[in-house]
Ligand binder design. Sequence first.
Ligand code: KG4
Ligand code: ZN
Length: 335
Amino acid sequence: MRILAIESSCDETAAAVVEDGRRALSNAVASQIEAHKIYGGVVPEIASRMHAEAICAVVREALEAAGVSLREIDAVAATAAPGLVGALLVGLNYAKGLAYANGKPLVAVHHLRAHAAANYLNSELAPPYLCLIVSGGHTHIVEVLDYTTFRVVGRTRDDAAGEALDKTARLLGLPYPGGPHLDHLGRGGNPNAYKFPRPKVPGNPYDFSFSGLKTAAMNQLRSLNPESSLSNPDFAASFQFAVADYLCRNFLCAAADLGYQTLALAGGVCANSVLRAEMKARCEKLGLTLHVPGLAYCGDNAAMVAAQAYYEFRAGHIAGLGCNAAPSLSIEETP
Ligand code: KG4
Ligand code: ZN
């Protein structure tokens, strides 16, 4: 089964064709980063408008790269939740138009479910497994009970891990989005040069608070002279180590308590080299199997949306043409 999927929840306009949820035939992405850079973050209205400008060309590129026509597509999918509402509506409504005009079923996909499904594109991973989803907007520890049944066991109470990395990178004078630049700067830096807390959150041992970590970074940077705070590799390495260690601790604690041997990482932040290395080393030591998406499938892309759409379709989750974007739907709910 071939699914054409569209992703437009934030600042990437993406389209892809994936076969049977596992084999990506194409994965086209048009990034808006340059347009948002001068504002230091994503400007929602600019994002919506740029999706509208890019979407026709990106979908055409995905079909051409896959070598298939619309007639050879079995279903059309789009991210319907969560995300910026104006941005989501562009991709969802474009998918609706394609589905209607070509007589194909429409599948509405949850963005975080899709991030987890990125793992299906380069491994044999199958539920049940425990997944750590770390992106710019979300930090979740999720039980993937079957392909379309999810249970959140831990989450951030405030900032997402990606937000904390981006904001700290900004304090170090790095451009938006800071995560990849911080990763680059920290290579060769000393991860033990600066100390950061691992905030405990009352009520749930698997929950996170990244705003506390971010404030600790801000306070330490204030005590340094401006020259040593800008582009400081030791600070970049230490902060990333703190974030990775905090994520590993709560995730592996949840895995032990809930009895999971199969684990997966997902989301833009799992492209981070420190997080990947730390999680891999600790899982090896504990004899746990860890799945990590290929770098092309960590950040926002449409191949992951098509992968999840395949399993939603098989579960009978076909969207009507009246389906709407939901900017803040839980991963436990099907859009
Ligand atoms: O999943 P994603 O592409 O978009 C959302 O759904 O939010 O995640 C974007 C986040 C940003 O915070 C970005 O800085 C971060 O992922 N990111 C990284 C790296 N690559 C992307 N953070 C740390 N190291 C990286 N290599
Ligand atoms: Zn994302």
